[in-house]
Design a protein around this ligand. Structure first.
Ligand code: ZN
Length: 315
């Protein structure tokens, strides 16, 4: 997966580096991955492995009588026939499926961005599927009367709130013929060809219904909406776009799309900041708070040394 400019994949997830101050800012999606549980993930992983095991069944049957080859985690030496190798292959299928979904999402975002910018994109493998998503994106732009020349305020731009310590990349700020969105109120069409600014995030999925959204999307949109600055291509910054009246997720699927407005008020921004505080604490202590800092003690309060600590030092 490619990273936006100034973004870096660290052991603690994505962080941005401020183009002027060089401050390290945690990414919005990183914050949400720390703070929001993903209950759908475990059943999803179970399904991927269960389905893939049917593909491997003939080899698994053979492995019942084969001896383990001893390759262990060394992939290039895997025999692919023993129980140990097949177990690793099955477990690895979850990563394969996740990377595939992530690559498709990245590609669709890229095609969508280049379309808005009016740039032709050379065909690459997998584009037969990606272009089905793009067709749905074009159907949205056309259906909502978006004029690429006048209605696009920003596309694929990194925004940040250095005071709070986060940054993120938004997909789109466009003018729509709708008055905006406040939770509990009906979205009204604007009269006389008037338009207002919407923050829109594209979401792709091969499996989820186009009508479905996760609660954390509202926090993501609120974080982006309440960013204080925009990072420009020449490494300067500008104040955040003013006057956004609504935020929505544009769910793109192969054969359909749905625009789902979400609340991005004080409650959502407060919740995001709660998750931000949690993330900062988790990342400063490490996910494993016991990772060496905190040790068991004896009844006299003496700290028990790590087993093998001295021998390792000697070696
Ligand atoms: Zn093997």
């Amino acid at each position: 997966m490619t990273s936006p400019r100034h973004a870096e994949a660290t052991a603690l997830g994505r962080y941005y580096t401020h183009p002027i101050t060089a401050e390290s800012l945690i990414s919005v999606t990183n914050v949400l991955s720390v703070g929001c549980a993903k209950p759908a993930l475990v059943p999803w992983a179970a399904k991927i492995v269960a389905e893939h095991s049917w593909d491997l069944l003939p080899r698994m049957a053979g492995a019942l009588r084969a001896k383990d080859c001893g390759a262990g985690p060394k992939r290039d030496q895997a025999c692919g026939r023993c129980r140990d190798c097949l177990t690793r292959e099955l477990k690895g299928e979850v990563t394969v499926a996740r990377d595939k979904a992530s690559d498709l999402g990245t590609r669709v975002h890229h095609l969508a961005e280049q379309h808005v910018l009016g740039v032709e994109v050379a065909e690459q493998e997998g584009d037969d599927v990606a272009r089905q998503y793009l067709a749905q994106y074009l159907a949205f732009l056309e259906g909502w009367g978006v004029d690429l020349e006048h209605d696009v305020e920003a596309v694929e731009v990194t925004v940040a709130n250095p005071r709070l310590g986060y940054a993120g990349t938004l997909d789109l700020i466009i003018r729509l013929p709708l008055d905006g969105f406040v939770a509990g109120q009906k979205v009204q069409p604007l009269p006389d060809g008037k338009k207002s600014l919407w923050l829109v995030d594209l979401k792709t999925s091969e499996t989820r219904a186009a009508t479905s959204v996760y609660g954390e999307y509202a926090l993501q949109l609120a974080a982006l909406r309440f960013a204080s600055e925009v990072w420009l291509p020449d490494d300067t910054t500008a104040p955040m776009v003013k006057g956004i009246t609504g935020a929505a997720v544009l769910n793109l699927r192969r054969r359909t799309f749905e625009l789902v407005p979400l609340p991005t008020g004080k409650a959502e921004f407060d919740a995001f900041q709660g998750s931000l505080a949690l993330s900062k604490w988790m990342h400063s202590t490490g996910h494993d708070i016991n990772g060496g800092t905190y040790r068991p003690i004896t009844r006299t309060g003496a700290v028990k040394p790590k087993r093998g600590a001295t021998t390792r030092k000697a070696a």
